[in-house]
Design a protein around this ligand. Structure first.
Ligand code: SAM
Length: 288
């Protein structure tokens, strides 16, 4: 049986004990120690045959083991906390499909680090999860075929929200302009060691065939719209239009936007249309 050596490794609980490892909250450490659970997360990324997986924050390696057991061609595991290098090296002793990188997942050039096709599968550190997501979505050319990422449930809901939902806002507009986003699994807090204060969820993101390219301008526009919730479009975009030297009423009319509508009811494509109608030379005149 090809994976028997992986399956004979100490359990993840034993691994923590053997290496005297305790979670460091400053690094957002909440571990998944049940291999059945990590395997069901890894299966969300199937098919994995011939696919190179980028895993950020492998920790003791529960998801790492699962990804290899579920058939990933290679796993590049990027871990910032050097205390986890010994247990990860232990896994690498019994499989030739794991590469370990000690460092910050935000700083790795993945297109350079491993060949396509690539998927990103990770139980992300909560404190930097959305920053990483937006960063990966912005990089061109796109280097990933799919993302399967664990977030706090509330963040997962914001990524996947539809117009009219309470959670709908800037994150939904940005993410859904690049990918098809769905919550594939909810994971209660008690299944983590130590349990975080809130439940989590795994979000699966498949790239759109035609993503919206100008995320920087979309970020700037949605910042203006959702910075002041419950205001009407006309009011939230007043300052933005002034900065850009745009005739607000004419611009909203051209994009077919009701000036009295609330931003939280406006579809993703309408925000994109508004960006497309900003005169080109002023589109990115200030930062997001
Ligand atoms: N994947 C493991 C699991 O499911 O048990 C651990 C998940 S834990 C939520 C997040 C992991 O990300 C920790 O191991 C932490 O050390 C690591 N980490 C935090 N910030 C990081 C960063 N910027 N780059 C890489 N790893 C990071």
């Amino acid at each position: 049986m090809p994976h028997s050596a992986l399956e004979r490794l100490p359990t993840l609980h034993e691994t923590l004990q053997i290496h005297k490892l305790r979670a460091d909250k400053s690094l957002g450490q909440h571990f998944l120690l049940d291999l059945n659970l990590t395997r069901s997360i890894a299966r969300l990324a199937k098919p994995l045959d011939g696919v190179n997986v980028i895993e950020i924050g492998p920790g003791p390696g529960g998801l790492t083991r699962a990804l290899i057991l579920e058939g990933a061609e290679r796993v590049l595991a990027v871990e910032m906390d050097d205390r986890f290098l010994p247990p990860l090296k232990h896994i690498a002793l019994v499989t030739d499909r794991l590469d370990i990188h000690h460092g910050d997942g935000l700083k790795v050039d993945f297109a350079d680090a491993l060949p396509a096709p690539r998927k990103i599968v990770a139980n992300l550190p909560y404190n930097v999860g959305t920053k990483m997501l937006i960063n990966w979505m912005t990089i061109r050319p796109r280097f990933w075929e799919q993302m399967v990422l664990m977030f706090q449930l509330e963040v997962a809901a914001r990524i996947c929200a539809q117009p009219g939902d309470n959670a709908y806002g800037r994150l939904a507009v940005l993410c859904q302009s690049v990918g098809d986003c769905r919550i594939a699994m909810e994971v209660p807090a008690r299944l983590f060691t130590p349990p975080p204060k809130v439940d989590s969820a795994v979000v699966v993101i498949d790239p759109l065939d035609e993503p919206f390219e100008d995320l920087k301008s979309l970020g700037e526009l949605t910042h203006a719209c959702f910075g002041q919730r419950r205001k009407m479009m006309r009011a939230s975009l007043k300052g933005y239009a002034k900065r850009k030297n745009i005739d607000l009423a004419a611009w909203l009319a051209a994009a077919d936007v009701d000036p009295q509508a609330r931003p939280e009811t406006i579809p993703v494509e309408t925000f994109q249309r508004l960006v497309s109608l900003v005169p080109r030379e002023t589109k990115s005149s200030s930062s997001t």
